[in-house]
Design a protein around this ligand. Structure first.
Ligand code: F6P
Length: 341
């Protein structure tokens, strides 16, 4: 068989581990040929690819980023490009395409699959917001990075008696904020799923200082918003891909808290550091299993599906189901965490 692989959307620790696993399973065990499209869907639309043999994937298991490169493509561009993609698949004699990506990539995968292209998807995102899989690789790494940063920030916050508002990634969901906040013992966490009450947040942080504590750490998911009308808040706009361009929750919250409490407050934006660098052992294992199972699904002809983790098993779920809803954090997880507003 001839298989094409691509990585699309925001990168994520573990992408290279999937690519390596696909090549190992396909080339070594099945005698397949594998090619990799450069820079995501763009590579498929422009027929820009490289051959992926064992040498090409040597030493990449622990490497962050993606050796194939990634990019975002406007949905309309892809809709217009379906026939071009089909032409390239035929021209290259491909039996299957394995796109590795998050929400946007999986929607694009579904579009191509609905148009008859042989697709087996692999989900990825540090945000952990793909509904049909228990977890996505990259999340564990991102939570580890954020937790280590929070641990470090506690010591400097205490030295200066400051409030530090730490912005972590998570545009629609608060998984990273919740897990890193719990792991590091943050004093308050705000998330996109629950618009927060600024009065309550200021009271919570204020009470901590009144009780004699000398600092406070607030974790804010980048997509968190205050309750409508409760404080002045710049929501930012949208970028060309239709994604929200956030205007900086940490900056806005630290100004507001400093103003309300008379305590020095600083914003800290962890940003893309959460996405870079080597994946944890957990993420490497999950990514490797996803790659292996994706190749098996190709050989069974199970197209229009993607790999997912359910309990300890890897299962195949339809792309249609995969893109239906996002996995937000359930209410009871917030309740038990206590630090979430
Ligand atoms: O979806 C993954 C993610 O890391 C989000 O958490 C974040 O909002 C977004 O990607 C950032 O995208 P970009 O790298 O295009 O700025």
């Amino acid at each position: 068989m001839r298989i094409g692989v691509l990585t699309s959307g925001g990168d994520c620790p573990g992408l290279n581990a999937v690519i390596r696993s696909v090549v190992h399973r396909a080339v070594v065990d099945h005698g397949d040929e594998v090619i990799g499209f450069r820079d995501g869907w763009k590579g498929l639309l422009e027929c820009d690819y490289l051959k992926l043999d064992l040498d090409a994937v040597g030493g990449i298991l622990a490497r962050g980023g993606t050796i194939l490169g990634s990019s975002r493509v406007q949905p309309s561009h892809l809709r217009d490009g379906v026939e071009r993609a089909r032409g390239h698949v035929q021209e290259l004699g491909l039996d299957a395409i394995i796109p590795i990506g998050g929400e946007g990539t999986l929607k694009a995968a579904r579009l191509l699959s609905d148009n008859g292209l042989p697709i087996v998807g692999v989900p990825k995102t540090i945000d952990n917001d793909i509904a049909v899989t228990d977890v996505t690789f990259g999340f564990d790494t991102a939570v580890g990075v954020a937790t280590e940063a929070l641990d470090r920030l506690k010591t400097t916050a205490e030295s200066h008696q400051r409030v530090l508002v730490v912005e972590v990634m998570g545009r629609h969901t608060g998984w990273i904020a919740l897990h890193s906040g719990m792991a590091a013992g943050a004093h308050a966490v705000v998330v996109p799923e629950r618009p927060f009450d600024i009065e309550e947040l200021a009271r919570k942080v204020g009470e901590r200082f009144e009780a004699g504590k000398r600092f406070a750490i607030v974790v804010a998911a980048e997509g968190a918003k205050p309750k409508a009308g409760s404080m002045e808040f710049d929501e930012g706009g949208k970028d060309v891909y239709g994604h929200e361009r956030f205007a900086g929750i940490a900056r806005q919250l630290s100004l507001e808290l400093e103003h309300r409490l008379g305590k020095e407050a600083r914003p800290v934006i962890l940003g893309h550091v959460q996405r870079g660098g080597t994946p944890t052992a957990y993420d490497r294992v999950l990514a490797t299993r996803f790659g292996w199972h994706a190749v098996e699904a190709v050989h069974r002809g199970e197209f229009g599906k993607m790999t997912a983790l359910r309990g300890t098993d890897i299962v195949m779920v339809s792309l249609a189901e995969a893109v239906e809803t996002l996995k937000t954090v359930p209410e009871d997880r917030y309740t038990e965490a206590e630090c979430v507003l």
